[in-house]
Design a protein around this ligand. Structure first.
Ligand SMILES: [Zn+2]
Length: 270
């Protein structure tokens, strides 16, 4: 593996897309064989397409589409056309390959960015680059999300039993990826109410200023023609996170007060 990895690096330095693609394909063949997974295909693009599936919009240098079993990786950023470093490119390739493994090898119904997922991607990356495996340190962020504490991770030289960690993370991810339970009448009622709320929220959403800002930002940085569909997708992706957080906070507060109220009624009736 490390020798194939080296070939990707050399091909990237030479700068020819087709060579990089060939080496990446060889890399993925070897990795798939190792994991006894079916073959997976790769497309290497010069720059990131602006139109990226919303679900994967956060990926900077690659994506994976489960339906076609195709990994795409790009050597340059979309807007500023900057060349990615080899380390970043390889790490994106490992990351997308791990999405592929989640679906094709482990049979998950979905491939989430869990801590286990990042652990698996890091193990693969360290192995193919011949760097010593690292213990990842985590810090909680908003909601129930975690991010890797890179300064701490890079400082730490301690090793641990990687296999046992991986086994645990598989078990966790497997449980988390189980399909949703049957729709009960209660769930249906909750969904109906939630839909009403979503409709009300979207009516009051002021999207125009955001859209204008994004059009301005894209227009400034690149001499590309703006396509409405692409701008629409960028705006949607930008809004998604903000709306999600806002709704989460509002929901927490609403549920808290509703539960408190119900408790009050309950205690006065006794
Ligand atoms: Zn991902």
């Amino acid at each position: 593996m490390p020798s194939i990895t080296k070939s990707i690096e050399l091909a990237m330095k030479a700068g020819a897309n087709s060579d990089v693609r060939r080496e990446c394909a060889e890399f993925l063949d070897a990795a798939s064989q190792f994991y006894k997974a079916p073959a997976c295909s790769i497309r290497v693009l010069a720059a990131r397409p602006l139109r990226v599936r919303e679900h994967w919009a956060t990926e900077l240098f690659g994506d994976y589409t489960p339906e076609t079993m195709l990994i795409r990786a790009w050597m340059r950023t979309a807007i500023r056309k900057e060349v990615t470093s080899f380390g970043t490119f390889l790490s994106a390739l490992c990351h997308e390959f791990c999405h592929y493994l989640d679906y094709q090898k482990f049979g998950f119904h979905d491939s989430w960015h869990t801590r286990g997922f990042y652990e698996r991607a890091a193990v693969l990356y360290d192995y193919v680059r011949w760097t010593p495996p690292k213990k990842l340190f985590w810090v909680p962020t908003s909601g129930e999300c975690w991010r890797i504490d890179w300064p701490r991770t890079n400082r730490s030289s301690c090793n641990r039993s990687i296999i046992s960690t991986l086994v645990r993370t598989f078990a966790e991810d497997w449980a988390a990826s189980e399909p949703d339970q049957e729709e009960s009448p209660l769930n249906l009622e909750v969904a109906r109410t939630a839909k009403k709320v979503a409709k009300a929220v979207s009516k009051n959403l002021r999207v125009t200023p955001v859209a204008k800002g994004i059009v301005r930002a894209i227009g400034k940085k690149a001499a590309i023609k703006l396509r409405p569909k692409e701008v629409e997708e960028t705006v949607a992706a930008a809004l998604k996170e903000v709306v999600k957080d806002t709704v989460k906070t509002a929901t927490r507060e609403a549920v808290q007060s509703a539960v408190e109220e119900a408790a009050k009624i309950g205690s006065s009736a006794e």
